[in-house]
Design a protein around this ligand. Structure first.
Ligand code: A3P
Length: 265
């Protein structure tokens, strides 16, 4: 899941366009969900799918940057990069960016199962071992806390909109409306209802074999809020609370995450 050194350097020559869309996430915060939402929305407005198939900016071979630079608009990209590693042209062109956040406890549980069931990632013999690496930021893609803090200073930028997994789950239709308005994709209520029905968890899980092959059930596991309660010990929960307090509680992004609602018993 890590970006190769060559691809990382090749990204310096990436040419963003004003018409692009970017989805920024820490892994397991709902990346594939929002990619599908954007594909559906772009399809309605442009009558064609976005041209980029392998959407994750930093994955793949360095040569793909050239192909992406030549691909026709509209393009939808996603990334797990820290803010400071995003190619500068995304900011120069004020590319509309959705920052998708999820509470750190559910994110950890999702990441643990994903790591153990995805053959390209390291397997963990136990949850306790994974938890230790996660808290210390030693999992692939680095620390949840550093990643989130890196985006925190920019959540008021006009071209960046933060949204949480939890808000999307609990008030999906209104959040779809918010997304379409922010992206300048004005879908009718009727079209938004269709996007909603195609991208709710149940629909995406049912189609996951077609969209994600053998990893379908791994990417679309439970899609719930609060699964952390099934696996965290009391002391792990307290340790995560302290880490959150130290790294994010004082930041505006900490407020957006609504930690006390989703991560306290
Ligand atoms: P769980 O493992 O908790 O089920 P990513 O796409 O960033 O890898 O995130 C994967 C997580 O998002 C998984 O969480 C997955 O089930 C959840 N997810 C994917 N699509 C979803 C949807 N339409 N609604 C709710 N959750 C979804």
């Amino acid at each position: 899941m890590m970006c190769s050194e060559e691809t990382f350097h090749a990204l310096e020559s990436f040419e963003a366009r004003e018409s692009d869309f970017l989805i920024a996430t820490y892994p397991k915060c709902g990346t594939n969900w929002v990619i599908q939402i954007l594909h559906e929305m772009v399809f309605y407005i442009n009558n064609k799918e976005p041209s980029i198939v392998q959407a994750m900016l930093e994955f793949g071979r360095p040569e793909k940057i050239q192909t992406q630079n030549e691909a026709p608009s509209p393009r939808v990209f996603s990334t797990h990069l820290y803010y400071d590693n995003i190619p500068k042209s995304f900011f120069e062109k004020k590319v509309k960016t959705l920052l998708i956040l999820r509470n750190p406890k559910d994110t950890a549980v999702s990441f643990f199962h994903f790591s153990n069931n995805n053959p390209v990632l390291p397997s963990y013999g136990s949850w306790d071992l994974f938890f230790k690496d996660y808290i210390e930021g030693k999992v692939c893609s680095g620390s949840y806390f550093d990643h989130t803090a890196s985006w925190s200073k920019h959540i008021d930028d006009e071209h960046i909109m933060p949204l949480t997994f939890e808000d999307m789950k609990l008030d999906y239709f209104n959040n779809l409306k918010k997304i379409s308005k922010f992206l300048g994709l004005s879908l009718s209520e009727e079209q938004l209802k269709i996007v909603e029905s195609k991208t709710v968890f149940k629909s995406m899980k049912e189609k996951s074999g077609d969209t994600h092959g053998k990893l379908g059930n791994v990417f679309f596991r439970k899609g719930e809020i609060g699964d952390w309660k099934s696996i965290f010990s009391e002391s792990q929960s307290k340790e995560m609370d302290a880490k959150f307090e130290e790294c994010l509680a004082g930041e505006r992004i900490g407020e957006i995450l609504n930690y006390s609602r989703y991560c306290k018993n």
